[in-house]
Structures are given as C-alpha cells and as structure tokens.
Write a protein that binds this ligand. Structure first.
Ligand SMILES: Nc1nc2c(c(=O)[nH]1)N[C@H]1C(S)=C(S)[C@@H](COP(=O)(O)OP(=O)(O)OC[C@H]3O[C@@H](n4cnc5c(=O)[nH]c(N)nc54)[C@H](O)[C@@H]3O)O[C@H]1N2
Ligand SMILES: Nc1nc2c(c(=O)[nH]1)N[C@H]1C(S)=C(S)[C@@H](COP(=O)(O)OP(=O)(O)OC[C@H]3O[C@@H](n4cnc5c(=O)[nH]c(N)nc54)[C@H](O)[C@@H]3O)O[C@H]1N2
Ligand code: SF4
Ligand SMILES: [Mo]
Length: 767
C-alpha cells in the first residue's frame, strides 16, 4: 500500500513521565484513530465501545463498571487505538499479494504489516509458490479439511487460540478439535497467565481471580506487582483512584518506575484534566527482577513473627483452621528465610520491607494484583503461591475488599479458558461434552504453545491452525519457531489483519479473513452478537456496529462451523449449520456444558450481563482436601553472573502485543525507535558502556546456539540494578524455547540472561 514506509529507528529520549493519562492521551488516541479511519467511523466505534449494548473493547480484560454507572466515554486512550486499528479503512486486497511476494512481506516490520489494513478475502499459498493467490471459501476450507482428514493421528494437528476470540467461537473450536480427536489446543494464555492458573488452581482450587471491581474500590490496601497498568490496563487507574478516595492505599512493586503507578490524571473528570491528578502508589518498591518471591516470603516471615510477639492479633486463626491446610509446614519454612538472601534478591532495604509490613498490619482488607512481571519468570508459579500464602495468613481470600487479582491480558482470554480452550481440561468438562454431544472426547492431554513448537520442530505436528493471534511473533525463540512452522505441511490463520505469521508458511498456507469485534455480524437467523468474560468473571455481550471490512469475510463462528462439517461430516452428529445461523444455539449448548452458564441466553440479555460464581468467595475450595492450601516454596532468585543483565521483554505504550502502532513509548520518554534497551546508568558504567551506545543483545543459554538481537541503542534509565528492558516481539529471538517457568511451561519472557556486546554493525532484520 502506498504512503506507509517501514520505519527507521531514529531515537530521541525525553525524561520518563511522572504521570499517566489526561488530555495528551486523548489527543494521541484520536490522532491514531483518524489516521486509520474516518471521523464518522471513529465517532461510531468510540460511542459504542464498552457500552451496555455496544462493542466490548478489543483491548485488555479490565472490567467495565456496572451497566448503570458507565461514562459516555467508557474507554481509555489505548482502547480507542485498539478498536480503531481494527476499524481502519485501509484494505489488503488480492492485488496487494500479487504485488508483494511472501519473501518480500517477510522482510517487512511488524508495524508495516499491520498498517496495510484489514484482510479482505481468503488467500492461499500453494506448494512451491512465492505469492499468495485468491481462493474461494469452499476450496480454502476443503484444502484444510482434507489435510486434517489425511493425518495418521489427530494429534498431528495444532489448534491455537488468541484471547480476542469470543466465547461462541472458542466453544466451537474446542468442540471441533475434540470431536476430531485431539486436545492440542495451545493458546496465548500458555505464554501469559498460565503461571497464575497453575498456582491458583493448586492453592485455591480455581485458576481465576476472586475479586470484583467493588472489592478493588473498597480495599484498604492494593498491591500492584509486576504490572504496568498505565499502559496495559489504563482504566485500572480509575479503579485505583476510587480505592484511594475511599482511604485505601496502593503499593507498587516494579523494577521500573512506571508512569501510571506514580500519578494519574483521569481523562473523563475535570480534576483529571486540569488538576495535578492522583498519586496512585503510596509506596513504590523498586525491586530487582525476579525478587518478588523473596519479598513475599519476607512479608510472611514478618507476619509470623508479629503473631509470635502479640499472639492472637495478627493472623486470622479462625480462617486458617477452618479453611486451610499446610500451615505448619509452610510456617516452619517461612520462619527460616534469611534476611541477607531477601535483601540480595529484592535489592530493597530491610526498612522498606518493614514499612510495608506495618502497612499490612494496619489494613483489614488486602488485594494483590499482578501480571506478566510475576508470571513470566522461571519461578513464576512459586512466586504466586507465596502471594496466596501472604493473603491466607490474614484471611484475605473470599471476603469483600480482599483477594487475588491476576489481571488478564486479552479481552476474552479468561472466557476462552472457561469455554474449554485448554490442552488439559479436567475430566468433568469432557464428561459434560460427551453427555451433550454423544461422542467420547480424547483424554490424553494435548500440547501447549511451547510443546506445540517442539512437535512442529520434530515433525510430529504438521498442520497448524491459528484462530486470531500472531503465533510466530508471540512465541519465544523466533528463529527456532519459524523453522518449525516452515516444516509444516499446512499452516492456516483466521485473522483480521496481516502479520508475520502469514509470511512464515508451511508447504501450503491459508489466510482466512474474518470479522472483527467492531463489524456487524449478520447470519441466517439475523443479526448476531458474541459474548466475552472479563478478568473479574463478568460475562456480557458484544455487538459490532460497523459495516464489515469486506463483503467476503466470514465470522469466526462460520469459519469454524464450516471447517468442522467438512472435516467430520455427520459423525458425530453436531448441528454445525444451526450454530452458524444462530449463535443463540451455541449458547444453549454452553449453558448445558459449562458450569455457571445456566440460562445463558436469558441472562446475557440483561444490560451488563452477569458474573460467574467464584466458589472461593463462599470459602469453597475445589482442591483435593477441600481447603485452601498453604505451600512451602524454596527460596529462589535469578542468578545474574557478573557482566550480565536479566532482560525483561515488555510492551511499549504504543503497541498491542506483537503489533506496534507507532515507534514511541511516550510514558517512558522513548520516541521513534523500538530497538532500544533500558539499563540502569550504574550498570552501564560497570559494563563499560555509555548512553546511546549501539549494542547487540546476546542471550546466555546452555545449548550452544547463538541468540543475538542486533543493533540496539542503550538508554540510561532508572531501572533497578541488574535489570534491562527491551520491547517484545523484537527480542523474542533471545528467549530460548527451553527457558520456561517450572510447572506452567510459560516462556521466561521477563527473565532472559543476556550480555551486551558492541554492535557488529551490519544492521539486519531480526526475524
Ligand atoms: N496497550 C496495551 N495493552 C495491553 C497489551 C498490549 O500489548 N498493549 N497486552 C495485553 C496482554 S495480552 C497482557 S498479558 C497484559 C500485560 O500487562 P503487563 O504485565 O503490565 O505488561 P508488560 O509490558 O509485559 O509489563 C510487565 C510489567 O512488569 C514489570 N516487571 C518485569 N519483571 C518484573 C519482576 O521481576 N518483578 C516485578 N515486580 N515486576 C516486573 C515490568 O517492569 C512491567 O511494568 O496487557 C494487556 N494490555
Ligand atoms: N517476549 C515476549 N513474548 C510474549 C509476551 C511478552 O511479554 N514478551 N507476552 C505474551 C502474551 S502475555 C501474550 S497474550 C501473547 C500474545 O500473542 P497473540 O495473542 O498470538 O498475539 P497478538 O499480537 O495479540 O495477535 C495479533 C493478531 O491477532 C489478529 N486479530 C486481532 N483481532 C482479531 C479478531 O477479532 N479475530 C481474529 N481472528 N483475529 C484477530 C490480527 O491478525 C493480529 O495481527 O504473546 C506472548 N509473547
Ligand atoms: S482499560 Fe482495557 S478494556 Fe478498558 S478501554 Fe482501556 S484497553 Fe479497553
Ligand atoms: Mo497476555
């Protein structure tokens, strides 16, 4: 497409911002929206976003306030960018693919690919071809179905889901995969909150958060750990502002002094536009990367010692004895945590930690919120288990104003799991599927994202279907993953926009373009809506309002239903055509298979929808013992040998996961460049580098393979000692496939051991 160039890095740096949101943010959102689309479409998308009968924001999973309490502008700067990135009037047509070979597209940046606009018709790359060419829907789906039918084993196919997919399509995808005979349902959650799910399932018996928006508003103390809400969950700041107005306190724990954590100006309130805003974090703990396990172990030790000094006043003994197991074993271990280890791991002073402890003692109701800064470390699962220990000690689980809050990423990532997108769904779910649909689902666990890549690499998986997402950019070890994908017989993607995964093809490759959230969806039975579940288990409807991006698009539900019918025929007897015609019939099935969804159609018709029950809030713990579980977690801290840094790969303010919208990271003061690495000035000095030096990042891993991200500018930045930060996905090439979190198998995207080398020069695309 004309007018869009591959950006060239042209770094300029301004001091990091001390506050987030307000008028500049609104202006930035509108500028991006108007670049992408017209005034009329921008007005339409923005008026509908997050309204009770409107379109659910395709951004993050932060919940909306109750239906009656929403602003007319119930969205944030980034939500506006996300929806208008989808509502763009730019189009990728058959001509575009005739003009550009796949190799040419593969040399373009993620930014450029996304800027080309919405995909408009199905395309195929045939074996040996260098270009995609147009293909009809029937032929495209038959090519895919035929490949699936000819596999020796259904386990040679992978069905990937990204968390933007609505509940109905997700339910049908897992139904199709299981009726076909496999549990190979890797998803983006494997790389995201899997560590949270693992830890919470084991300790509380459910892999979800327990709090509601009201709980956040009424808590006495909220921890925000390993999370950058000013960028990634902007409206969480409005909720925290409310907490503060009610007298609650906020403690932020992060290696970076993130703007939104420090001060917030509410864009929809006069005091936010003209005032100084609200200081969000009462206390900021600038922790060393991976030091959170040690921090919570220290806090737990302090609580146990305080209880020893003043028996009966610190711990919630009634709660502990009635509802938990494992206390003694945990406590014996926690008392032995050594302060010198804690101080080394956290980089904090004992006084700082003791001050937090005092705050904890003053707070009746405590919530801990977290995101990728905890989950994407090797010891992510034990860290989150230790957070649970901390909350259990004072009964801060399952009562108002208290609890666990893993803040989810994609708008429906939690819903997709609820619908059965998981390679390890528990037996009762599979039994319910069997009762409802009359076939026996496979019980052997399937492959997650990392194991799926290994299987493609080893040739034991040969067909890949991605429903939304950008698999080769989201996953670790980019070179290894791309090689694995290229080894497939067939790769296919159901997508709204062009991305790098479309350029990394198996022998045959398919692009199956689909409706987005903002597009009106009309089927045989009339206008349809889809449903989503947010991070706080609120389920509600989402209706697209814009004319579809192209007349040739099919909805995700339609594509999956047609593919399933072509692949499976009438066995088992599943009414795929009815599902496509009327999504209400899918919801009827969901209501009989998925717990908590009884009367789904009726309840989701209410404005704002309904909240799924969380048994934890009735003090019901679905663990083997029926109780919440204290765990004993070995002290662990990342080993950062001299001369090295622990690199975290994170999001700029101007991107949606693998998709950069611009080359800036406004709050951190980075402009016109993404190939930058933020390092503490003292570390830089010790390593013999200076601000703005051009370096290569080289990963240190024991398999002998070189992993290098070339030509990054060093930026001296107030990051905690020993840490470095760079943007994802440019740095995924550095994350070794085998570097995963224990238990959850999540890539350690926040804990990559690297060294800096002077750049070798020869700027090259990192792949
Ligand atoms: N605008 C926008 N919004 C998004 C997304 C997006 O790409 N763009 N992505 C969505 C998705 S899928 C997700 S999962 C979420 C992600 O939301 P976040 O988890 O907030 O995203 P990251 O940018 O990965 O930031 C991780 C944060 O953890 C901190 N951190 C890193 N290591 C450590 C550590 O060891 N300890 C502590 N305490 N902190 C650490 C980092 O400094 C950073 O502030 O955002 C969602 N929302
Ligand atoms: N190094 C590193 N790697 C990471 C992370 C990290 O912090 N560091 N974070 C991880 C996390 S938390 C996540 S969640 C994953 C994200 O991984 P993914 O979810 O796979 O990636 P996205 O970038 O969100 O996918 C963007 C693509 O989705 C498609 N899309 C958008 N909307 C729709 C829709 O409505 N329907 C359909 N069918 N397609 C749509 C578009 O084609 C777009 O190009 O990445 C993970 N990878
Ligand atoms: S906070 Fe998240 S869901 Fe809400 S408008 Fe912003 S991006 Fe969308
Ligand atoms: Mo995520």
């Amino acid at each position: 497409m004309s007018g869009i160039e591959d950006p060239v890095d042209d770094l300029s740096v301004t001091p990091p911002k001390r506050w987030a949101t307000g008028v500049p943010a609104v202006t930035h959102a509108l500028t991006y929206s108007l670049e992408q689309t017209s005034v009329r479409r921008t007005a339409l998308t923005l008026l509908n976003i997050n309204q009770a009968r409107g379109t659910d924001c395709p951004g993050c999973a932060w919940p909306e306030p109750a239906a009656g309490k929403r602003h007319l502008n119930e969205y944030c700067e980034n939500g506006a960018k996300h929806i208008n990135d989808e509502a763009t009037t730019r189009r990728v047509t058959a001509d575009f693919f005739r003009e550009h070979s796949i190799a040419e597209l593969g040399a373009k940046s993620d930014y450029w690919l996304n800027q080309q606009g919405r995909l408009t018709e199905p395309m195929i790359k045939r074996p040996g071809a260098e270009h995609y060419e147009p293909v009809g829907w029937d032929e495209a789906l038959e090519v895919l179905a035929a490949e699936l039918r000819r596999l020796d084993s259904p386990d040679e196919a992978l069905f990937y889901t990204s968390g933007r997919v609505g509940n109905e399509a997700a339910f049908l995808l897992q139904l199709f995969a299981r009726a076909y005979g496999t549990n190979n349902l890797p998803d983006c959650s494997n790389m995201c909150h899997e560590s949270s799910g693992s830890a919470l399932m084991e300790t509380l018996g459910i892999g979800k958060g327990s709090v509601s928006l009201d709980d956040i508003h009424t808590a006495d103390l909220v921890f925000v750990v390993g999370q950058n809400p000013g960028t990634n969950h902007p409206r969480m700041l409005s909720a925290l502002e409310e907490t503060k107005r009610g007298g609650g306190k906020v403690i932020a724990v992060n290696p970076l002094p993130e703007a939104g954590l420090l001060r917030f100006k509410h864009p929809q309130k006069a005091r936010g536009v003209i005032g100084r805003g609200t200081a969000i974090a009462d206390r900021f703990l600038q922790i060393r990367p991976g030091g959170d396990l040690a921090l919570f172990q220290a806090l737990n030790r302090l609580l146990l010692e305080a209880e020893d000094e003043r028996p009966g006043t610190v711990l919630d003994h009634a709660f502990i004895s009635a509802h938990t197991t494992g206390f003694t074993d945990f406590a014996d271990h926690a008392r032995k945590i050594a302060w010198e280890d804690v101080l080394a791991a956290t980089g904090l002073s004992r006084e700082e930690i003791e001050a937090v402890h005092e705050q904890v003692l003053r707070s009746g109701k405590i919530i801990v919120c977290w995101a990728m800064g905890l989950t994407q470390h090797k010891h992510g699962v034990p860290t989150i288990r230790e957070v649970v220990n901390f909350l259990l000690l004072r009964g801060n689980v399952g009562r108002p104003g208290a609890g666990v809050c893993p803040v989810r990423g994609h708008s429906n990532v939690q819903g997709d799991r609820t619908m059965g997108i998981w390679e390890r769904m528990p037996q009762p779910f599979l039994d319910a599927l069997e009762r409802e649909f009359g076939f026996t689902p496979p019980t052997k666990h399937g492959l997650d994202s990392v194991d799926g890549i290994r299987a493609m690499r080893d040739g034991t998986a040969t067909v890949f279907l991605g429903v939304a997402g950008n698999f080769v950019r989201a996953t670790p070890d980019s070179d290894v993953t791309e090689e694995a994908m290229r080894g497939c017989r067939l790769t296919a993607h159901i997508s709204t926009k062009l991305n790098r995964s479309h350029t990394v093809c198996g022998d045959t490759a398919l692009i199956l373009p689909t409706l987005g959230r903002s597009d009106r969806d009309v089927q045989a039975a009339g206008e349809q809506f889809v449903t989503v579940e947010d991070s706080m288990s609120e389920v509600h409807a989402s209706r697209g309002k814009l004319p579809p991006a192209s007349p040739h698009l099919l909805s995700e539900v339609a594509i999956i239903s047609r593919l399933a019918r072509r692949t499976l025929g009438d066995t088992p007897a599943i009414p795929w055509e009815d599902f496509e015609a009327d999504y209400g019939t899918v919801r009827d099935r969901i209501s009989r298979v998925v717990p908590g969804f009884q009367d789904f159609n009726a309840r989701v018709a209410e404005p704002g929808g309904f909240r799924l029950p969380n048994p934890v809030n009735q003090h019901v713990f679905r663990t083997p013992s029926g109780k919440a579980v204290f765990t004993r977690n070995d002290f662990t801290m990342p080993d950062i040998p001299e001369g090295h840094l622990l690199l975290q790969t994170l999001r700029s303010h101007d991107q949606w996961n693998t998709v950069p919208y611009a080359m800036n990271d406004r709050y951190r003061g980075i402009h016109n460049a993404r190939r930058v690495v933020l390092v503490n000035p003292d570390d830089l000095r010790d390593l013999g580098f200076a601000d703005r030096d051009l370096v290569d990042l080289v990963a240190v891993w024991h398999d002998g393979r070189e992993r290098r991200a070339a030509d990054f500018r060093v930026v001296a930045y107030p990051a905690s000692r020993g840490s470095a930060a760079s943007y994802y996905p440019e740095t995924n090439v550095l994350v070794p496939l085998d570097s995963v979190a224990d238990i959850s198998n999540t890539p350690t995207s926040k804990g990559v051991l690297v060294r800096l080398e002077p750049a070798r020069g020869a700027a090259s695309w990192d792949g």
